[in-house]
Design a protein around this ligand. Structure first.
Ligand code: FAD
Length: 117
């Protein structure tokens, strides 16, 4: 089958959105188990991401820049950084990681609190 850049980009956007939103909800002070879970997820992601070339690049990046999981801030900063490495390779604009703050909102509200309309 031919490569389809539109679909590849769509998958990339959806994936980055999911990943950044996931780490924006990672605990500020994770337990050892939570840290291990995130790290394991990231390595498994590198094995399973369906774009093979992307996944191979990502695994090389993991070898160079191991996942940071000591806190939400560390994890979000790390993911922003590696996304920028990909941006650089694809000649896309670099994102200012200082502005990541509330950029990714899962829309799930505060757990255990009432739902908003
Ligand atoms: P995306 O890079 O998808 O970003 C989506 C949005 O996220 C941006 O519009 C911006 O608002 C925000 N954003 C941008 N940078 C950051 C950042 N650093 N931190 C937080 N938010 C940010 N495509 C290829 O063609 N070749 C590859 O080798 C390749 N490797 C990939 C590897 C991985 C692990 C992933 C997840 C995707 C890969 N892709 C690859 C897809 C590529 O990264 C883009 O997702 C795709 O090209 C669409 O780009 P985009 O311009 O819409 O923005």
């Amino acid at each position: 089958k031919l490569e389809n850049a539109t679909l590849k980009a769509e998958l990339g956007r959806a994936t980055w959105k999911f990943m950044h939103t996931m780490v924006s909800r990672f605990p500020e002070t994770p337990t050892k188990e939570e840290r291990n879970t995130l790290e394991t997820f990231i390595y498994l992601f590198g094995r399973l991401y369906p774009c093979g070339d992307c996944a191979r690049h990502f695994r090389q990046m993991l070898a160079q820049y191991p996942p940071q999981t000591s806190s939400r801030t560390a994890a979000a900063g790390w993911l922003c950084f590696v996304h920028n490495v990909v941006n650089e390779r694809l000649e896309k604009p670099i994102f200012d990681c200082n502005n990541i703050g509330d950029f990714y909102d899962c829309g799930c509200g505060e757990e255990g609190k009432e739902k908003k309309e």
